[in-house]
Write a protein of this length. Structure first.
Length: 277
């Protein structure tokens, strides 16, 4: 049984376990007056200086992070990175926190998209990231989905050809979904499928059904691309800033260099005079 184990008063009401880092479930919960925390939330509104590095440490098991406290301004969490640490998060949450498991109906398609976007971004990053936000971003990317059995912590992808890797990711996702159904009490769990619409979701959460269509399916991969572009821009800006600072320091020190040059030239002239050269 997963129970609350924190002195911090947690207000997390809903944890949505989906592989999409944003998308339909995020928009649906907003329509139902929740404030969901997503992958994008970690990098926006001044949180990028702290949240990404905290998540990276938690995902690698390096530090015991109070996740509820980290997301204190939110009452719902959707998708990774929170979905990868749902068991720890539930232990910190009150008993009224509900869990929505969004089962991927086409796991093969999900695995192909994950390989195409997430894994290709990780493999395409030629140089090790230099700043801590970029390092944290790539760590989160590498841990934002269930790992195949043969893939160790921190590795980018499993071994074998494309079909073998896709199959490994599908198996990993199936194990993850089975684990959630086994570990989370049925009274707190809704197993949801894309296409189920508002009714089961609103019934589970005790909310009225909105008078508008349910948000369309969205894999959320555009969020990853957008964040990747922002992180790369940040790295370039940091690199240029270092060059500018170095140039400014050199420029400021330049008069001192001239004085030193004149000093040593004078010493050399005195040496020549003293020794008759």
């Amino acid at each position: 049984m997963l129970r609350c184990a924190t002195s911090f008063r947690c207000y997390m009401r809903v944890i949505c376990l989906t592989m999409a880092p944003d998308g339909a479930m995020t928009n649906a919960l907003r329509k139902l007056d929740y404030t969901p925390y997503t992958l994008r939330s970690a990098f926006s509104q001044g949180r990028a200086n702290r949240h990404p590095t905290e998540w990276a440490s938690a995902l690698r098991g390096e530090r015991d992070i109070d996740l509820c406290k980290l997301m204190a301004d939110f009452d719902a969490a959707v998708g990774p990175p929170a979905a990868m640490l749902y068991a720890k998060l539930l232990r910190e949450c009150p008993d009224y926190t509900k869990v929505i498991l969004v089962k991927e109906t086409d796991k093969q398609q999900w695995a192909r998209e994950h390989e195409r976007w997430v894994i290709s971004l990780l493999k395409g990053h030629r140089h090790p990231p230099q700043n801590r936000i970029a390092k944290a971003f790539y760590t989160i990317l590498s841990e934002m989905a269930p790992r195949p059995i043969e893939q160790p912590l921190g590795a980018i992808s499993g071994n074998g050809d494309d079909d073998t890797r896709i199959s490994g990711r599908v198996d990993a996702l199936e194990r993850y979904e089975a684990e959630v159904c086994r570990e989370v009490p049925s009274s707190r769990l809704l197993v949801y499928h894309h296409g189920d619409g508002w009714e089961p979701l609103c019934s589970f959460l005790g909310r009225e059904v909105p008078g508008e269509p349910f948000p369309p399916y969205d894999s959320g991969m555009h969020v990853i691309r957008n964040l990747h572009e922002r992180v790369e821009r940040t790295e370039k800006i940091a690199y240029v800033a270092v060059l500018l600072l170095g140039g400014t320091a050199l420029y400021a020190f330049f008069p001192v260099l001239l004085d030193m040059k004149e000093y040593f030239e004078k010493l050399y002239r005195d040496y020549q005079i003293a020794y008759g050269q």
